[in-house]
Write a protein that binds this ligand. Structure first.
Ligand code: FES
Ligand code: FES
Length: 190
């Protein structure tokens, strides 16, 4: 059946079987920044925003998303202009194989939206259902804390824009490298 939904700001019609999960349908339609690392809601790799809430896309029927606003990690920034959370993951060497990173960044962004100044414990608790087989979690946690600090300092809201009344962001102060790569969901096709 055809379902209409908005994916990363673009309203589109996608074909989805009645049994198909949202992660599979997103990937079939080119949104391969959504990762599938398990067989049902235990690794966190498939996290996306659905109408602003973090959902594991693998655990949601695609048909349930009909009419929804779906945002994958790729909606947060671009390869040339990463979201502060994405940039912090790159700068803190928090990305190894990269497979878990899209889900981790979606979850971290949601955390910083609710709590712009989390403790290390709060970051660890927020990421506790994002499984990473590579990093030992230390670097991702440091990256989220760093992102939180940068966003507070720069006046950047969790959606990458400025909070109401916030000062303009100064990208140069964020130490952005000219070519920020890595599997941080910044628009690469890996
Ligand atoms: S693939 Fe969705 S939680 Fe693992
Ligand atoms: S699973 Fe490889 S970086 Fe997390």
């Amino acid at each position: 059946m055809d379902i209409e939904l908005t994916i990363n700001g673009e309203t589109t019609t996608v074909e989805a079987g009645s049994e198909q999960d949202l992660a599979t349908v997103l990937r079939q339609h080119g949104h391969i920044d959504v990762k599938c690392g398990c067989d049902g809601g235990t690794c966190g790799a498939s996290k996306v925003f659905v109408d602003g809430d973090v959902r594991m896309a693998c655990g949601m029927a695609a048909t349930e998303a009909e009419g929804s606003d779906v945002q994958t990690v790729a909606s947060l920034g671009t390869q040339d202009d990463l979201h502060p959370v994405q940039q912090a993951f790159v700068d803190n060497f928090a990305v190894q194989c990269g497979f878990c990173i899209p889900g981790m960044i979606v979850q971290a962004t949601a955390l910083l939206d609710e709590n712009p100044d989390p403790t290390e414990r709060e970051v660890r608790e927020a990421l506790d259902d994002n499984v990473c087989r590579c990093t030992g979690y230390q670097k991702p946690v440091e990256a989220v804390l760093d992102a939180a600090g940068r966003m507070r300092e720069e006046g950047v809201a969790a959606d990458g824009g400025r909070p109401i009344g916030g000062e303009p962001a100064d990208d140069t102060a964020m130490g952005k490298p000219a070519d920020a790569g890595g599997c941080c969901g910044g628009g690469c096709d890996e």
